[in-house]
Design a protein around this ligand. Structure first.
Ligand SMILES: Cc1cc2nc3c(=O)[nH]c(=O)nc-3n(C[C@H](O)[C@H](O)[C@H](O)COP(=O)(O)OP(=O)(O)OC[C@H]3O[C@@H](n4cnc5c(N)ncnc54)[C@H](O)[C@@H]3O)c2cc1C
Length: 474
């Protein structure tokens, strides 16, 4: 360890105690990766604060020597934020995992940002509540703070948008160590139940920015009664155009909470796993309708069903939604394939009908790398999409790879970066930032936009210590 790192470890130990500061090599190795194919990066030291005040002290200490600081939730970022861990203090937020207040009267929940979406879901459910957009597919490990930094989305996102849409107020530790509350929390005497109405939306400034503007320590989110009645609909489409027509018509009803479109590979994978109604199908549409009672649920399901069927799609069994996706929250998308290969992913939001173009881009990309994929035993798949906010779909595609095939990871990285570039060039909107996406996104901003954000960063983070390099803001 360098002398400088040794000094900072001493200072951090005086703030947090020995148990929650580590610079031991095995520990640093455990923190050296996320789930991207990017190379590992060892930080200098990892700290595990329990309180907002401790987070503030860590940042104040880091400012004295301009030491980089990187907040971390579960580390499931698929886009390579580990690049920024070089020489850094990593702030592992997962000890800050309390659900502080389930306020049924105000219909809000306030949590510490290191809590997982899984814990939040099950604790709210016990009391008959849920947040609207209730977490990513990784919810059993991913934290609220990590997902809010990514604008994550999956469960409930057709109706409720990304998880960021749930938020009314944030407690944020600025890079200088100052602590602020946003939304109606900006009034020290007010409830935190409203996001808008106290001037500009500073809550939004700290959402989906990869953590570049501050460390989120608490979040207040709106909650909804847990639906009493749920209906599941599933349709087979003859081709992609018909699938998109049905997606559009179903989305236009503004009723379902979840709308998912599956490509042939996923239908067959799930079909072979036992969901026979999907076996041999090319394109399928999956729809979840949540309602306060059976009467409303039946009426809504009938309305959505009519909208879908006018596009010519045919109803098939919805067992996958009913017995797996919905009741077994966040269990359906494992990190490895049935064979044990690990996946690396792209996600890309586009208006519903633009998915046709995305599909072409995917085919071009996969064809270009066909020989290398064969040589390195890589399996790329165009998997599925989620409808987000009614008008866009989030396309998920991935490549499965063995860890131990020499050279495979390098090909994955090449193909993966080229994929991001192709999608952004055609207007695709990513949301996981990390270095692979964040820097590309920032290079595509109009110059005035970039300069505005850089000026804000300079004010909030005069020494440029918080995730230096994120979104090319420093
Ligand atoms: C099996 C699997 C399924 C997945 N499914 C989805 C999905 O459906 N939808 C989706 O969007 N993503 C998905 N992901 C990707 C990823 O899990 C999510 O984006 C998740 O929200 C990241 O949360 P995290 O706690 O792991 O964040 P991390 O990876 O730890 O951090 C993400 C970013 O946020 C910053 N950060 C973390 N905590 C804070 C904080 N408190 N304050 C400020 N900045 C912070 C970090 O510095 C980093 O830049 C999936 C991943 C896996 C492995």
């Amino acid at each position: 360890m360098s002398q400088e790192a040794g000094e900072i470890v001493k200072k951090l130990t005086s703030i947090l105690g020995e148990k929650y500061v580590t610079a031991s090599l095995p520990d640093l190795i455990a923190y050296s990766c996320d789930i991207s194919p990017e190379p590992r990066v060892l930080p200098d030291v990892v700290v595990r604060p329990k309180t907002t005040e401790e987070v503030a002290e860590i940042l104040k200490e880091a400012n004295k020597t301009k030491k980089p600081v990187v907040p971390r939730g579960a580390g499931t970022c698929p886009a390579g934020f580990i690049k920024y861990q070089k020489n850094a203090i990593v702030v592992d937020m997962t000890r800050m995992d309390e659900i502080i207040d389930i306020n049924e009267k105000e219909m809000t929940v306030t949590v510490e940002c290191g809590v997982t979406w899984g814990k939040l879901y099950y604790e709210l459910r016990k009391k008959g509540w849920r947040v609207g957009s209730y977490g990513p597919g990784s919810a059993l490990s991913a934290t609220v703070g990590g997902a809010l930094s990514h604008h994550s989305l999956a469960y409930g996102c057709a109706k409720y948008g990304s998880v960021s849409e749930n938020v009314t107020s944030l407690e944020v530790v600025l890079p200088t160590g100052a602590i602020i509350n946003t939304g109606s929390g900006a009034y020290p005497h007010a409830k935190k139940a409203q996001r808008y109405g106290i001037g500009p939306d500073l809550t939004g400034l700290f959402l989906g920015e990869g953590g570049a503007f501050g460390i989120k320590t608490k979040a207040t989110m709106m909650i909804h009664p847990f639906p009493e009645a749920v209906r599941f609909l599933c349709y087979e489409a003859e081709n992609l155009k018909q699938l998109l027509d049905a997606t559009y018509e179903v989305s236009k009803t503004r009723i379902p909470s979840d709308i998912l479109g599956f490509n042939p590979w996923l239908n067959n994978a799930l079909g072979e796993a036992g969901f026979k109604s999907l076996l041999g199908k090319d394109y399928t549409l999956h729809v979840v309708i949540e309602a306060p009672n059976d009467k409303v649920a039946d009426a809504q399901a009938e309305y959505v069903d009519n909208a879908a069927k006018k596009t010519g799609v045919k109803e098939v069994g919805a067992e996958w939604l009913k017995f797996f996706y919905y009741p077994r929250f966040a269990e359906w998308w494992p990190r490895t394939s049935p064979k044990g290969k690990r996946w690396y992913a792209w996600c890309n939001k586009i208006p519903i009908y633009d998915y046709l173009r995305t599909h072409e881009l995917i085919e071009e990309l996969f064809n270009k790398y066909k020989d290398e994929c064969e040589k390195y035993q890589l399996e790329p798949y165009d998997v599925m999409y989620f409808v987000v906010d009614w008008n866009t779909v989030d396309a998920l595609l991935l490549v499965y790879a063995w860890d131990d095939v020499p050279g495979a990871r390098e090909v994955v990285r090449k193909m993966w970066r080229e994929g991001f570039e192709r999608f952004v060039a055609e207007g695709g909107i990513h949301y996981w930032l990390g270095s692979a996406v964040g820097e590309l996104v920032a290079r595509n901003w109009a110059s005035e936009y970039r300069e505005t954000l850089r000026a804000i960063k300079k004010v909030l983070d005069p020494n440029g210590i918080l995730i230096p390099g994120m979104l090319l803001l420093t």
